[in-house]
Design a protein around this ligand. Structure first.
Ligand SMILES: Cc1cc2nc3c(=O)[nH]c(=O)nc-3n(C[C@H](O)[C@H](O)[C@H](O)COP(=O)(O)OP(=O)(O)OC[C@H]3O[C@@H](n4cnc5c(N)ncnc54)[C@H](O)[C@@H]3O)c2cc1C
Length: 283
């Protein structure tokens, strides 16, 4: 299908993008990689009157070591997350998760900022950012602010971003040697979206789990933290893992669709979380 007609402007900088958003009101939308926005415009599920293209705003494209964390510009593409040596060394979970997004074409166009701002519960990167307890930097006409990833996703395709704000940077903590991680994504074909995904970060302590953070993909209207299983995993060891992971779907509200029933999604959440914790303990 062909989208509804729209105007198009190229932003020269973050400030310029904010100005264009402010001048054009709620119907203006930022364009990053276009791999979520353009498909929904073609389906006429979105009809912005103006697109503000961030494609030439190079100040938003970087991965930097900033001491205790890695700072990532919002226009950094999935393939850059996948390959960057600094990120692989200090926060391998995010590189690995990016490598499982779509196919090479999608990873060469899609950006981390677009993936997070779109706020789709079926996307992979939001779960990694929740499990990592990442922070997001947002800029708008009244200045800059920081939002915790866990406060960012509000409802189905709804985030904390105001219509005239730009997500500029994502900050992920460096993971220490006592920290294990994994992402288990269940899909029917290699390049598909997750039917369900489970992202796990564990702190190891004398052969058992000191603490665990678990975030689930496609188990509700937003990407979410699975608090019940996090509590059950604290102090668990390999023998008690299966029992602890039986509550991985507690507090979730998965939907039924052509890919899976809600009941099957609940089953997947339990199995994938157990597998992710097992892998995390070995890394
Ligand atoms: C065939 C196909 C398969 C895919 N498979 C997967 C998959 O397996 N897993 C997965 O996670 N994703 C998948 N995707 C989605 C892909 O990862 C997208 O790239 C991503 O969701 C959106 O990023 P984008 O840069 O393309 O954003 P865009 O589509 O350009 O924008 C998405 C939304 O974010 C807003 N936005 C963009 N940047 C900013 C910013 N800096 N500040 C504020 N708002 C902003 C836009 O206004 C828009 O509303 C797939 C896409 C396709 C087409």
């Amino acid at each position: 299908m062909i989208p509804v007609a729209f105007d198009y402007k190229v932003a020269e900088s973050v400030e310029h993008a904010i100005d264009l958003l402010r001048q054009n009101g709620e119907d203006a939308k930022l364009l990053a990689g276009g791999h979520s926005l353009i498909p929904i415009m073609k389906l006429r599920l979105a009809a912005p009157s103006m697109l503000v293209d961030l494609g030439r705003v190079d100040e938003l494209r970087y991965i930097r070591d900033e001491g205790d964390h890695i700072a990532i510009g919002a226009m950094t593409r999935h393939c850059e997350l996948e390959r960057d040596q600094t990120l692989r060394e200090h926060c391998g979970l995010l590189s690995y998760t990016a490598s499982l997004v779509g196919d090479p074409q999608v990873r060469h166009r899609g950006t981390i900022g677009g993936s997070i701002s779109h706020g789709d519960a079926a996307s992979d990167l939001p779960s990694a950012l929740l499990a990592l307890e990442a922070e997001l930097r947002v800029k708008g006409p009244s200045g800059e602010r920081t939002v915790r990833a866990q406060d960012f996703f509000k409802d189905y395709l709804q985030t904390d971003l105001a219509p005239d704000e730009v997500l500029t940077e994502i900050r992920v903590p460096k993971l220490g040697s006592g920290t294990g991680w994994d992402y288990q994504k269940f899909n029917r074909r290699a390049q598909d979206w997750a039917v369900v995904g489970s992202c796990v970060v564990v702190e190891r302590s004398n052969g058992s789990i000191g603490s665990a953070r678990v975030a689930l993909t496609n188990m509700g209207a937003t990407p979410l933290r699975a608090r019940a299983v996090e509590e059950a995993l604290a102090g668990a060891d390999t023998r008690s893992l299966e029992e602890a992971c039986r509550v991985a779907d507690e507090g979730t509200s998965p939907s039924s669709d052509v890919a899976a029933s809600a009941e099957f999604r609940r089953h997947l959440a339990r199995v994938l979380t157990r597998r992710a914790v097992e892998q995390a303990l070995q890394r």
